[in-house]
Design a protein around this ligand. Structure first.
Ligand SMILES: [Zn+2]
Length: 391
């Protein structure tokens, strides 16, 4: 890339700004003195890269050098002593300049790299990009830096997740977001808590479109910079169903019913374009995969279409009606859970049997997820009608 001239313009710019280059580099590297030149000519006689720059002539576009000995670590690479002049194509930028120069030449806006670079070349590269090259550094993606459910990724211990598996659970843009959020910090990919990651992404997206105000300024900055790189085709009309509600919808198989409920609950606007509706409902399938993979509280088949056959005594029926009234008022999961106990007590019903009545009505089963918090996540109209045995 040097020989065919692709680096020439940026190499010239670095050399024109050699003072700035020295100032910035000195923060990251020892032995950067007044004599330091950010270019390594290749000796025309012996072909070795040499640091013996004696003069830079940018008008002619030449770097004069003496092929001196080069100290590399504790080794000495002997120079041949040749004195010559190299064009800006006959040599290279030092690595710390070369990497950000590549970002400019290749138009890199999303840069994956390993932990070793994250600690060494990345901070200087970012600084050089901004303060020497005057370009925006790419969004970093440190791929060796994540753990899975709190454990280091390891194929030998079976603690791995493939990209395909991840994309069964969430949209590609959410996975990319995982790498750009809170750069340079250790991060954990938790399959169990995928819902939290997706919620974070949804919030990040709303900040980008100015639909909500961020809690901190740097959230807006990250959204403005990273969102267009994380999402291939940013479109404001896209629709996101909250992930756990998508999981609730995933408890029913009927695609029309999923869409009806999502619309009724206000998660799909009336004027949403067809592609946006499709995208929103695709999340339901992913959330369903998540429920199956983790066996969480959404891994049940909710009997929405038809009410399961059930025969309750008068006390249980009265208690279910009261519980329905309480749910209709709008309470959170803990409150509903508490009220289930209270209602059973008031009607002198065995608590285990009262829970079983709820599971029968919802799942046609004798057991299920923790009932109060689960009911709170359902669409209220449905659960109230079902507790009243109306539908
Ligand atoms: Zn030489």
């Amino acid at each position: 890339m040097y020989a065919d001239g692709e680096f020439e313009a940026v190499t010239r710019r670095v050399l024109e700004r050699a003072d700035r280059a020295r100032d910035v580099l000195a923060d990251y590297q020892n032995k950067v003195d007044e004599e330091y030149v950010p270019f390594v000519p290749q000796c025309e006689a012996c072909g070795k890269l040499t640091e013996g720059v004696t003069d830079v002539d940018l008008e002619v576009g030449e770097v004069h050098y003496v092929c001196t000995d080069v100290e590399a670590g504790d080794q000495t690479i002997e120079g041949c002593g040749h004195e010559g002049a190299a064009s800006l194509r006959d040599g290279k930028l030092p690595w710390r300049f070369e990497w950000p120069a590549q970002w400019e030449i290749l138009g890199v806006d999303f840069e994956p790299f390993g932990k070793d670079h994250a600690e060494g070349s990345w901070p200087s590269g970012e600084d050089i990009a901004e303060n020497v090259l005057d370009i925006q550094p790419p969004v970093p993606m440190v791929y060796e830096w994540f753990t899975l459910d709190g454990e280091p990724l390891s194929s030998s211990s079976g603690n791995v997740v493939t990209v395909d598996e991840v994309l069964d659970l969430l949209e590609p843009e959410v996975f990319k977001y995982f790498f750009v959020k809170t750069p340079r910090k250790q991060r954990d990919f938790s399959v169990e808590h995928v819902d939290q990651l997706v919620d974070e992404f949804d919030a990040f997206e709303r900040v980008y479109f100015g639909e909500v105000d961020p809690h901190e300024d740097d959230e807006r900055e990250l959204a403005e910079r990273a969102y267009p790189m994380v999402v291939d085709d940013p479109r404001e009309e896209r629709v996101r169903i909250p992930y756990t509600f998508a999981a609730v919808l995933g408890m029913t198989d009927d695609p029309d019913m999923r869409e009806d409920i999502a619309r009724k609950e206000g998660h799909i606007p009336d004027d949403a374009p067809e592609w946006a509706v499709e995208g929103a409902l695709a999340r339901v399938e992913r959330a369903r995969n998540w429920a199956r993979r983790t066996g969480n509280e959404f891994d049940y088949e909710l009997k929405r279409t038809a009410m399961p056959d059930a025969d309750f005594d008068a006390a249980t029926e009265a208690a279910l009606d009261e519980l329905a009234d309480f749910v209709a008022e709008g309470h959170d999961g803990e409150e509903i859970q508490g009220e289930i106990y209270e209602t059973a007590k008031r009607h002198d019903i065995d608590i285990g049997e009262f829970f079983a009545a709820g599971y029968r009505l919802l799942f046609d089963d004798t057991q299920g997820p923790q009932l109060g918090p689960f009911i709170a996540k359902l669409d209220r109209e449905f659960v109230v009608a079902r507790l009243r045995r109306e539908a």
